[in-house]
Design a binder for this molecule. Sequence first.
Ligand SMILES: *[C@@H]1O[C@H](CO)[C@@H](O)[C@H](O)[C@H]1NC(C)=O
Length: 311
Amino acid sequence: MFKTTTTTLLCFLLAVVIQADPSSPTATYPPTSTGSSTDTYVYAVCSPAKYSPGSGYETNLNSLFSSLASSTVLSRYTNLTVPAAGVKPEQGVTVYGLFQCQDDLDQTSCSSCVSRAVSQVGTLCPTSYAGYLQMQSCLVRYDKSSFFGVQDKAVVIKKCGQSMGFNDQDALTRAGDVMGSLGSGSGPYRIGGNGDVTGVAQCMRDLSASQCQDCLADAIGRLRSECGMAQGGYVYLYKCYARFSVSGSHARQTPNPNFFGGEKDDKDDNNGVGKTLAIIIGIITLVILLVVFLAFLGKQCRKLQDEKWCT
Ligand SMILES: *[C@@H]1O[C@H](CO)[C@@H](O)[C@H](O)[C@H]1NC(C)=O
């Protein structure tokens, strides 16, 4: 009789544990913070047109790469022409390039981000005349014709997170506020936040103030209309981008935030497994104690049964 009770109890408790599995990662989507994610790859665009290895273009491009990497010590934005401006540009040999770091990035992180971007763009776009690598917090771009100060609002990449639930009206309102503040802000770098919602918008620094405003209006407008009901999203145009994310209690788990690296999720998953294990161990201990207690009761009961107390 005790055995049946214990087995039933155990089954019931295990069922409870399985249903109450707390391993639900809180994904930030997409992450807007800096820190260890600054070097995360966002996208790369390479021209299909190729230069021939060993050409003058290759020599100039390599020279541009090393100049860009060394310029990061001094600033967060640099445009370069190789050979240097003043020398008559030669069609097919002159290289134009620039790098830029997000404004909130310190100089050391900027340097390391650009160094990585420079070495990666060479690998990702081998012998391409033009390459463009956007990292989470910095970008590197080069081309055989000058793109400095040229507006380009074509969409490179955009993505929305999972939809918000019906009970997330407050988060929706906050997200709307944040996008509104990004849009009405001024300058080439804008950050916004309201509670658990954060947003960032930035132009490439070669744009004039009015070009930047024009580009950001477009990016933020698209973000609003296409991802306004989502828990986050981003729109990258060639010359500017806007992104926002909702984190914390209102956020639902997103299906695949790996685009920006899934490190955070892995950590949370491990945490969840740990929690489940702790709960199972706790319950097993409880069950053992219960069995001991029941056995003790049983003994008492049998004793009492002899005395006709138990029937
Ligand atoms: C390029 O760099 C030069 C000097 O480094 C600067 O004067 C110029 O404004 C820059 N051009 C653009 C389009 O950013």
